[in-house]
Write a protein that binds this ligand. Structure first.
Ligand code: G3P
Length: 220
């Protein structure tokens, strides 16, 4: 499973890229607004730090404007993935851009039917929002299961399931077990994936016991 980070904070992206475990980045207009940065400059910077797909979302909602914005965003770097909303116009833009070889991430997916349409429109990624479904008392991971099963039953569909709106590590683990291709997580959740209190406790014990030996592995 690939790990993307869902943020527009360059420092967080640089730190996670240094782990060697980061495969891509997703942004959205809300994250850009929160960062206070210039969108275009920021996307160019992120694309230099992370060689994998970097999602940059169109701002318009009508077909012509979204298409022009998407075509422009795709010129910023070869790893830009144009993000479009799951609307009829967004899917039309998806089909057009995908047909020309641009990677497209179809966002704001909340149903298996929408995911089927995104795949038929040639999306590289579809982004079902699990946390926002959980927030309204629906089953976010149930949606991932259904989409994964549907895509597996239709092997000609090449769209990757990009699990978004991730709230905790359990979402990531369950998505991996279901066969989802990507999880995009806020930086704090990626850090949580590394952590376990018994790892910290065990390491402290090993360090203390090693000191008792008085040995060094490498000569000074
Ligand atoms: O970037 C799309 C998605 O991950 C947003 O998540 O936390 O705003 O529901 P959230």
């Amino acid at each position: 499973m690939k790990f993307f980070v869902d943020t527009a904070e360059l420092k967080d992206i640089q730190d996670l890229a240094a782990t060697g475990l980061l495969d891509g980045v997703t942004t959205n207009p809300s994250l850009i607004a929160k960062s206070g940065k210039n969108f275009i400059e920021l996307i160019k910077e992120i694309c230099k730090v992370v060689p994998g797909p970097v999602s940059a979302e169109v701002a318009s909602t009508d077909y012509e404007s979204m298409l022009k914005e998407g075509q422009y965003l795709a010129t910023l770097a070869k790893n830009v993935t144009v993000k479009v909303p799951l609307t009829p116009a967004g899917l039309k833009v998806c089909k057009e851009l995908s047909g020309k070889g641009t990677m497209v991430n179809v966002t704001l997916c909340f149903s298996p039917a929408q995911a089927l349409l995104a795949a038929k429109a040639g999306a590289t990624f579809v982004s079902p929002f699990v946390g926002r479904l959980d927030d309204i008392g629906q089953d976010g991971m149930g949606l991932i299961k259904e989409i994964c099963e549907m895509y597996q039953a239709q092997p000609h569909l090449k769209t990757q399931v990009l699990v978004a709106s991730v709230r905790h590590p359990r979402h990531v683990i369950d998505a991996a077990k279901m066969g989802a291709h990507v999880a995009t997580c806020p930086p704090a959740i990626i850090h949580q994936l590394f952590n376990h209190p018994l790892t910290d406790k065990g390491l402290a014990q090993f360090v203390a016991d090693w000191a008792k030996t008085g040995q060094k592995i490498l000569a000074a």
